[in-house]
Ligand binder design. Structure first.
Ligand code: RAM
Length: 382
């Protein structure tokens, strides 16, 4: 999973483009080493797990909306934060499944570093290809907006998922949110508070410093920390969703704050890197607790051996699947950005567009996150 300097170098010049002709068949269209070779990328994204049914039933109803009227042959560009993060790969595969069900196709295109600059060539590629929709995980809240506006002007439906872009009305777009933003942030703090007895120094090991999703969650973490006056957030460090960088900033954190009692890592890459480190430095476990957002398939060994007690996530494949249906519905005109507009998201049921709130435009929410621990982790295979 380690990224070489060479692959980073290539990525700055040309986006990685993968086409999912069908769920099982993944073919590389353009050169640029981009395949995910981590252990979890092969983990099947379950659509029938306990998390799946919880998420779907919580925010989807079974009536209203329809997938009839969806145009055939739609081309939807999925532009993840990067093409190597197993979480993003699962999300993109979910999108490919949706479009395969609808007679269209997904093209996955992005760089290998979590920057807006690495994503802009992919937006341009979508415009060149006359794509019907773009589904993007924003590496930056505003830097992508001019290119996305250009795509919208070319008639492409714009959606964000995983990490929103805050473009206002230029362009107006649908944010496919994984779970309620506030509850993700506050619950992370509550889990850690419970484990460390509500007191002590804590730190956050995040993804890219400009990532909209992590920054929104962190804002709610800070708000929630006011409930715990004896817990002090001493530092937030950024691992850029790169395993090696995450490890380096973690080590810096541990040496700068030897009395640290807790770490929240709201990124699957960061929490895995931290869990791996703690697993090989077990003496730290007597004073340090780790929680955050992780893939159960990656975190299972660390939960089984007691390195990590609890963490959260949703099913990334379902997030991509929902985004795929939303993109096809917007591109076909069977759904709009109007509050209350509904559409059928295949096996997940029917979703309704939520009203804009401060800083967030029209959105839909997959459902509540699942908390994983030793008692339930075997039930999940994503
Ligand atoms: C990482 C990415 C992604 C985030 C998950 C929880 O894989 O940063 O954007 O949603 O973690």
């Amino acid at each position: 999973m380690k990224r070489s300097n060479r692959s980073r170098f290539v990525a700055t010049r040309r986006p990685a483009i993968l086409a999912f002709a069908a769920v099982a068949a993944v073919s590389t269209i353009a050169a640029c080493s981009s395949s995910s070779s981590s252990s979890s990328s092969s983990a099947a994204a379950s659509s029938s797990s306990a998390a799946a049914s919880t998420s779907a039933s919580a925010s989807a109803s079974s009536s209203g909306g329809s997938s009839t009227g969806i145009k055939k042959g739609l081309v939807v560009y999925f532009i993840p934060k990067d093409t190597q993060n197993p979480y993003e790969v699962l999300a993109d595969q979910g999108g490919a499944k949706a479009l395969a069900e609808l007679g269209g196709k997904v093209v996955v295109s992005s760089g290998t570093a979590d920057t807006a600059a690495a994503q802009i060539p992919s937006i341009q590629a979508a415009i060149q290809a006359h794509a019907n929709a773009i589904v993007i995980a924003g590496n930056d809240p505003s830097a992508l907006c001019p290119s996305l506006q250009q795509a919208a002007t070319a008639g492409i439906a714009i959606l964000s998922f995983d990490s929103d872009v805050t473009c206002g009305s230029s362009p107006n777009h649908l944010f496919v949110n994984q779970a309620n933003t506030e509850s993700i942030g506050t619950s992370e703090v509550d889990i850690l508070a419970k484990e460390i007895g509500d007191s002590g120094q804590i730190a956050i090991l995040s993804a890219a410093a400009s990532a909209t999703n992590q920054n929104s969650w962190i804002a709610y973490m800070k708000q929630e920390l006011k409930k715990y006056p004896k817990m002090t957030l001493v530092k937030t460090v950024y691992g850029n969703d790169d395993p090696a960088t995450s490890l380096t900033v973690l080590q810096g954190l541990l040496s700068a704050y030897p009395n640290l009692k807790g770490i929240i890592s709201p990124t699957t890459v960061g929490i895995q890197a931290a869990a791996q480190y703690l697993d090989t430095h077990k003496s730290l476990l007597s004073k340090l607790t780790l929680t955050g957002l992780g893939l159960p398939s990656q975190m299972k060994p660390y939960v089984k051996d007691g390195t990590v007690k609890e963490f959260e996530l949703w099913n990334p494949s379902q997030l991509g699947y929902l985004a795929g249906y939303a993109a096809a519905s917007l591109a076909s005109g069977t759904a709009t950005l109007t509050t209350g507009s509904s559409f059928k998201a295949g096996s997940l049921g029917t979703y309704k567009v939520l009203a804009p709130t401060t800083g967030v435009g029209p959105s839909i929410v997959l459902g509540p996150p699942t908390v994983f621990d030793a008692a339930n982790i075997d039930q999940f295979n994503f």
